[in-house]
Design a protein around this ligand. Structure first.
Ligand code: SF4
Length: 225
């Protein structure tokens, strides 16, 4: 199999064809709302987050409202998303910092976003791409991590290191889409358990396909072997 650098162009082309208009499914109407929704989405499905955010954002329409929220009340409001105590601390802490240090506006750069409590590079990348259409990196969530490893794009295990490997080979113009496309591909074709390699459009470009299925089931044309 060719190197990651030699395969990445074709991998991206296949993904664009399969997922032409991929975007986050988290619902939001402001940079602060996507920040809160992304914090809530950790270890939780986007669908579950979308179920609770309409009433949550109605009750707390601004960063000031979240900054002054009663932690015990907020914990109950977001309980169904899991890890609600830590998420409450992050949401209130980040909102306070935004109010006190950034005049109530979510910062639009990586350096300042990383100063917010509970915000690491994955969340910052999602806020930058979704709210500001800015690419300062590639968000590495559980799907991007798994797919990057299976596709042989990174041998690393730590998200920040995987991100650096991806940044080195994925053209900058594709950074934002690459995250969304891998997330969709992970959900639809390559889940953690039982990847569906025989129907995967990337199987001729993926070194892991032959680890999951025998060659006769993969049905890869000879020209790709
Ligand atoms: Fe995942 Fe299999 Fe596709 Fe590779 S070939 S990306 S392991 S589904």
């Amino acid at each position: 199999m060719k190197s990651a650098k030699q395969r990445i162009g074709e991998i991206i082309a296949v993904l664009y064809k399969a997922y032409p208009k991929s975007r986050t499914v988290l619902r939001f109407e402001s940079p602060h709302q996507i920040l809160v929704a992304t914090i809530l989405s950790a270890q939780c499905t986007d669908e579950r987050v979308n179920q609770i955010t309409p009433s949550l954002f109605k009750k707390h329409p601004t960063p000031h409202d979240f900054a002054s929220a009663d932690p015990k009340v907020l914990e109950m409001e977001i309980k169904s998303t899991g890890f609600f105590r830590n998420k409450t601390k992050s949401i209130i802490g980040a909102s306070k910092k935004i109010v006190e240090d950034f005049d109530g506006a979510v910062p639009d750069n990586m350096e300042d976003l990383l100063t917010l409590p509970g915000v690491a590079r994955k969340t910052a990348n999602i806020v930058l791409s979704s709210a500001f259409q800015k690419a300062e990196g590639i968000a590495v969530d559980t799907h991007v991590k798994r797919l990057s490893q299976r596709l042989g794009l990174s041998k690393e295990n730590v998200p920040d290191k995987i991100e650096q490997d991806l940044i080195a080979i994925v053209p900058k113009k594709d950074w934002i889409d690459f995250n969304y496309m891998l997330v969709l591909h992970g959900r639809r074709v390559c889940p953690s358990r039982k990847p569906r390699c025989p129907e995967c459009q990337l199987r001729h470009l993926c070194p892991s396909a032959s680890e999951f299925y025998p060659e006769n089931e993969l049905n890869i044309p000879k020209s790709f072997r």
